[in-house]
Design a protein around this ligand. Structure first.
Ligand code: ASP
Length: 311
């Protein structure tokens, strides 16, 4: 039987066991489990990696727990500007959006860019125009309002800094969501969706919508979705570096992801993690933060959901 599987993340950051109630941890675990289970079922039924990735991300975007879609963090101006990307490892086609407001599911907009436009990455007001033209669902500002995130923003804004969505200890955290999958036909796909960094300014765009950095899929190597402090991921060209290490250096998925997440990024001061799956269905999920919301399920009966370093 052909191996297939899916891995997802709901962001990395300083999630300390003490600051997280049992109930909250359970809510996160349930949401992660639901997301990879839905994606896995699609793969099991013969659906494509691209479909599985999209379906898993939709669940996470529709949950207020994660920094994407409904739970997107606040910008400096008190808005929500979302970034997303999707990539098909079979033909290297990709679609991405940056700094979009009001769109309920940015991952669907990224998919529409890939399938229905001549472009790869579109942004801002005009991306919204494209969303309207393609009848994507738009939501009023209140839909994106979350009291926890509002308070988080107020705290970070008072310090005049930017922060990751899940860094609770410092009032910061990364809560980006992403998925990578391998389908029965041996095709890989990756997707990432985020509200970016808390209190971001000046139309800041992170790594998530950048092909080869926060999101990448190539049937010859692997599919990757990143989460962490985007500026460092951009400078380290993370996803493409992982793929290249496998292609040119013959490294395994584990070697390549460990090298970039545990060596390259820390040297620059970059915090975060990645989820990755290779063409044989191996999965790697290294992170250099205290925690990363993550989970996976494969056709080899392997299933896992975790938040902290040890589960
Ligand atoms: N990587 C995202 C960004 O920098 C943030 C995150 O992963 O939560 O926009």
């Amino acid at each position: 039987m052909k191996t297939y599987g899916i891995a997802i993340h709901g962001g990395a950051g300083t999630v300390s066991k003490t600051s997280m109630t049992k109930w909250k941890a359970e809510a996160y675990r349930q949401a992660l489990k639901r997301a990879y289970s839905v994606g896995y079922l699609t793969l099991h039924k013969g659906g494509s990696a691209l479909e599985a990735v999209t379906e898993a991300i939709l669940i996470l975007e529709n949950s207020p727990l994660f920094n994407a879609g409904r739970g997107a963090v606040f910008t400096h101006k008190g808005d929500h500007e979302m970034d997303a990307a999707i990539m098909n490892g079979k033909n290297l086609k990709a679609g991405a959006v940056a700094g979009v407001q009001s769109v309920k599911n940015p991952i669907l907009l990224a998919m529409a860019v890939m399938k229905k436009s001549r472009h790869v990455l579109i942004s801002g007001e005009q991306a919204l125009e494209f969303a309207r033209e393609h009848q994507l669902e738009l939501m009023p500002k209140e839909y994106f309002y979350d009291e926890y995130r509002y308070k988080q923003w107020q705290k970070v804004a008072a310090q005049d800094t930017v922060a990751l969505d899940h860094d609770e200890a410092e009032g910061k955290k990364f809560g980006t969501v992403g998925a990578v999958a391998l389908d029965k036909k041996g095709n890989l796909a990756a997707g990432t969706s985020t509200g970016g960094m808390v209190n971001k300014k000046y139309g800041r765009i992170g790594d998530s919508p950048l092909v080869g950095i926060g999101t990448y899929a190539n049937n010859h190597s692997c599919a990757i979705s990143c989460t962490g402090h985007g500026e460092f991921f951009i400078r380290a060209v993370v996803a493409h570096d992982i793929s290249s290490r496998m292609l040119y250096k013959g490294q395994t998925l584990k070697q390549a992801t460990d090298a970039v997440v545990m060596e390259t990024l820390p040297k620059l001061g970059g915090k975060g993690g990645v989820i990755a799956i290779d063409k044989k269905g191996h999965i790697a999920m290294p992170f250099n933060t205290k925690g990363m919301y993550r989970g996976f399920k494969t056709s080899h009966n392997q299933e896992y959901v975790g938040i902290f370093e040890k589960g």
